[in-house]
Design a protein around this ligand. Structure first.
Ligand SMILES: [Zn+2]
Ligand SMILES: [Zn+2]
Ligand SMILES: [Zn+2]
Length: 154
């Protein structure tokens, strides 16, 4: 767990630096907050959590949180999860090409990103493109269901 947390942070810092973004305290606080979360968080929850880790001079507000989240989304550092559009850290920052599926457990709200081999998705992408004339551009989509833990729960 701590390993994936630190690598999310490292990859975020690298991506932000490469994009020319300054590593401000609020940005760093948001990265830490998202790295620690296992369920998608709303901007309000993110604000509440990051406020605690910042002191008064570096106060953060809703507008700042939205702006940072927008930027992080553009850079692919976070994903929005339906139905609320809450935010979760990308756990596959190191992969570039292969498609990912976000699974969302409707019982415990846990979201996880699954790496799907190209060959597994190929028939579906072909079906969408050739039979429905739709070309998927985003590499990530979401499936709602029940996670293993919830399925095993009595
Ligand atoms: Zn991702
Ligand atoms: Zn679950
Ligand atoms: Zn991956």
């Amino acid at each position: 767990m701590s390993k994936s947390t630190s690598s999310f942070k490292d990859l975020c810092l690298k991506t932000l630096k490469e994009s020319g973004a300054r590593l401000t305290k609020p940005r760093l606080a948001l990265i830490d907050c998202l790295a620690a979360a296992r369920v998608p968080l709303s901007p309000k929850e993110i604000l509440q959590r990051t406020e605690l880790s910042l002191d008064a001079q570096e106060s953060i507000d809703t507008v700042t949180v939205y702006r940072i989240l927008d930027r992080f989304c553009e850079l692919g550092l976070v994903h929005q999860v339906a139905p609320n559009g809450d935010y979760i850290a990308c756990t596959h920052l190191a992969c570039s090409a292969s498609p990912h599926i976000m699974t969302f457990c409707t019982s415990c709200q846990t979201a996880s990103e699954i790496h799907v081999p190209e060959a597994v998705l190929a028939p579906m992408l072909w079906f969408l493109k050739d039979k429905n004339g739709f070309e998927p551009k985003e590499h990530l989509f979401q499936l709602d269901g029940t996670c293993t833990r919830c399925k095993e729960a009595p």
